[in-house]
Write a protein that binds this ligand. Structure first.
Ligand code: DHE
Length: 544
């Protein structure tokens, strides 16, 4: 095992090597180390589940560097294994230290990425339809809630390594049900009505959960891709018609495409490939992955971010047979984002470019692109009123300990719009999520991917009215990293996931947003590696 000090030195040296173009390295590369029979299939699955998201299915890189043989063989197995076990300060998780990969699996992966990447199978409509399972047809579902809980205050909580989503009652903190979903669900989104929760697993399995059932459970599921991160429904109602919940859309990492589905049953309807040219160098890209998706409130449109081409698509879903789409040139590699408070502007991080891209969805145009800091990672971001700069949004960063606060009101605060107006110092890099609520005095931020286990466990809270004041920071739990925040429907509680080891303990800690005092700990053994939490009321109304 390489010691941490040695690893630090190694990381520095590798930083240089890592940027040396493959052709400048020693000409004769050592052959790829052998894989025993059966190891290849296991390695492919682990790569898909754990690595493809950052490094790409074809290993061309994006949030993480490319991992092609010309580089990986030059680095050799022990060095690659050290990276996999210990992680790096720039966002690469410590898979070994976390216990997610065993020592043998880390060794296997270090050898596997020195081989040429296999191209996984494409998925067409015929295969998708085979995976579609309509468990309870719409006409057999409840016509009103079959329980007397406040389902609009339910939380859909990702239980990442359990391959489940827990439905938790926001008032009583009881686990109402744990629903079997895709592997490592990434996000959940609510239907326009809030009655249904749509989840998307990293393995591309989408699940539709009916909150009105006596015990909320899934009514439909489909697996239209083998690697995915985003899902949403149609949320427009207005002069162009009422499309609320008529359709759903899934964004895939592999195969690189979007799928439009029937909103009430998840029946696949249309596939649109995201393969095209990069916005800047106009090179063909074989694997432009679909990152964040949001549904416009102004038009029958989805805002769909294509990571590797740097294009933002505004897809008009009002007539699927004569599909209209606007392609906006943004920046590479588009990742996560959310609305400003008016829901007119969509801000998305191009984290490898250290930039935030702003789209005016009402006008259907690029509004601005600005540098926020090293690797911004906003989640859906957070909106509040700054005492000096008016309406602002904020994003933490993977690469440095700061929240960039930027203006979001070009109408009344033009001089502050789309530029950093403040930088709030946090405890260090690895910031993944930020959250606030219109009723709250506070802005919460995590350090979930910080390299220091002590900092990973801490959150900081800034006061909106006194942004220059040092934040209050504290350790949430010894059980794991503090990650992702969600308010309850009343907007007076903040729920934080404590993401422990997959075979260890995890929990969810609930704080009083006013006093910052702990109110509850949900540490039921069913709470396994919790990450994202989505309150129905806040998700329907895009409150953040
Ligand atoms: Fe995420 C949002 C992609 C790693 C937890 N993540 C997103 C979105 C994308 C994305 C495209 C926006 C979806 C949307 O809004 O439609 N995430 C990726 C990756 O490619 C990456 C870097 C590596 C991977 O293999 O997936 C990655 N993400 C992680 C994690 O390691 C996290 C912390 C835990 C996990 O599940 O593995 C994680 N990502 C989340 C969460 C959200 C998210 C909780 C939703 C935030 C929200 O509040 O909307």
């Amino acid at each position: 095992m390489v010691s941490r000090a040695k690893l630090a030195l190694l990381t520095l040296a590798l930083g240089a090597l890592w940027n040396v173009p493959a052709q400048a390295q020693a000409p004769a590369l050592p052959p790829a180390p052998p894989l025993a029979p059966g190891e290849l299939e296991n390695a492919k699955q682990i790569y898909f589940d754990r690595c493809a998201g950052c490094h790409g299915v074809l290993r061309k890189g994006a949030t993480g560097p490319q991992l092609l043989p010309a580089k990986t063989r030059a680095l050799t197995t022990p060095v690659l294994k050290a990276f996999i076990v210990n992680g790096t300060g720039g966002g690469m998780p410590d898979w070994g230290r976390q216990g997610i990969l065993t020592d043998a699996e880390s060794d296997l992966m270090a050898r596997y990425i020195q081989h040429d990447p296999p191209t996984p199978p494409e998925l067409g409509m015929a295969e998708m339809k085979k995976s579609w399972n309509l468990i309870i047809p719409p006409d057999k579902r409840p016509t009103k809630p079959e329980h007397d809980r406040d389902w609009q205050d339910f939380f859909a909580v990702t239980l990442r390594d359990a391959g489940q989503v827990a439905i938790i009652d926001g008032k009583t903190k009881e686990i109402v049900n744990t629903v079997k979903t895709g592997f490592a669900v990434h996000i959940s989104r609510s239907s326009f009505s809030g009655r249904y929760v749509y989840t998307i697993g990293r393995d591309g399995r989408a699940t539709m959960i009916d909150l009105w059932m006596k015990v909320p459970d899934k009514v439909a599921e489909v697996k239209p891709c083998s690697d995915a991160r985003s899902i949403d429904t149609s949320k427009y109602k207005g002069k162009h018609g009422d499309f609320t919940d008529k359709l759903a859309v899934i964004g895939c990492y592999w195969p690189p495409q979007i799928i439009v589905l029937e909103g009430n049953t998840l029946e696949p309807l249309k596939v649109i490939s995201s393969r095209s040219m990069t916005y800047d160098t106009m090179e063909y890209h074989p694997e432009p992955r679909v990152a964040s998706i949001v549904a416009s409130h102004f038009k029958p449109e989805w805002v769909i971010n294509i990571k590797e081409t740097g294009l933002i698509w505004l897809v008009d879903y009002s007539d699927l047979k004569n599909l209209k789409m606007t392609q906006i040139q943004g920046e590479k590699f588009l990742h996560d984002g959310g609305w400003d408070a008016t829901k007119r502007y969509f801000m998305v991080a191009a984290n490898m470019a250290n930039k935030v891209v702003v789209i005016d969805v009402e006008k259907g145009k690029l509004e601005a692109i600005f540098e926020s800091g090293i690797k911004p990672h906003p989640g859906r971001g957070a909106n509040w009123i700054d005492p000096k700069f008016g309406p602002v949004n904020g994003t933490p960063h993977l690469g440095e300990g700061k929240v960039a606060v930027y203006g979001t009101d070009p109408a009344k605060h033009k001089e502050h719009a789309w530029k950093n107006v403040r930088e709030l110092k946090t405890l260090g890099g690895g910031g993944l999520f930020i959250k606030t609520h219109p009723k709250s005095k506070n802005v919460w931020v995590d350090h979930a991917l910080n390299g220091d286990p002590a900092i990973q466990k801490q959150v900081c809270v800034f006061e909106k009215a006194n942004p220059e004041k040092d934040p209050k920071c504290w350790k949430v739990s010894d059980k794991g990293r503090a990650v992702h925040f969600e308010y309850n429907k009343a907007g007076d509680e903040v729920w934080i996931s404590v993401w422990g080891k997959k075979d260890g303990k995890s929990e969810i800690v609930v704080y009083d947003d006013k006093t910052l005092q702990e109110k509850a700990r949900i540490d039921d053994p069913r709470i396994i590696t919790p990450t994202g939490k989505f309150n129905v009321y806040n998700t329907v109304k895009d409150i953040y």
